[in-house]
Write a protein that binds this ligand. Structure first.
Ligand code: ZN
Length: 200
């Protein structure tokens, strides 16, 4: 099982980190050991002083495919979850400065929190929100994605065979920020709570 992630897929988020808006999807991966499920707590790792949350819509791939053409992308997903792409922003900034790969800042154990899956909403525009300690900190709409689900599937499957069960974290809207011990994170999709867990 592979976990794909997309960077800078919302204009407002790219700007808040002073990044350029990409012309092609920016793809990176996390290993399966990054998964954090069942509302288990997230433990802040000792190697970072600045772990950020990034709330994202997560697609589950339902069948194998390579070089998937635009007309067929919708056959490849039907369920969606919310995820948090936990990021060691301090490590990532140092790695980016040097032009180095950022795996250790993004793919460490438990860095990919994942909610339960629901059927893809029928609405074109999927709304999702993150509350930190009951305060709304991220308020996203799928229509604000630079590269939509179908474009991402076409792009990723040019390089990697997509396999049943693979996940795509589709990028985060604006509002990312740090987590601290004791924080309480709640994620909602179309108003329905999909995850609820604590930072330890
Ligand atoms: Zn992300």
């Amino acid at each position: 099982m592979k976990i794909f992630c997309i960077g800078r897929n919302y204009v407002d988020h790219a700007k808040e980190l002073n990044n350029q808006v990409p012309k092609q999807p920016l793809v990176f991966m996390k290993p399966p050991t990054a998964l954090l499920r069942n509302n288990d707590p997230f433990y802040i790792p000792e190697f970072s002083e600045d772990v950020h949350y990034e709330l994202e819509l997560v697609l589950k791939i339902k069948k194998n495919g390579k070089y998937i053409q635009p007309a067929f992308t919708k056959d490849y997903y039907e369920s969606i979850a919310l995820g948090i792409d936990f990021t060691a922003r301090d490590l990532q900034s140092k790695l980016k400065e040097k032009g180095h790969p950022w795996e250790i800042a993004k793919g460490f154990d438990n860095s990919a929190a994942l909610s339960s899956f629901v059927n893809l909403p029928t609405e074109e525009n999927i709304k999702f929100q993150l509350f930190k300690n009951d305060v709304l900190v991220q308020d996203g709409s799928s229509q604000d994605m630079i590269f939509n689900f179908d474009t991402l599937i076409v792009h990723i499957s040019k390089f990697f065979t997509l396999q049943q069960g693979d996940l795509i974290y589709t990028g985060t809207p604006a509002g990312v920020g740090p987590v601290s011990i004791g924080d309480h994170l709640v994620g909602t999709l179309q108003g329905q709570t999909l995850f609820d867990f604590y930072i330890k």
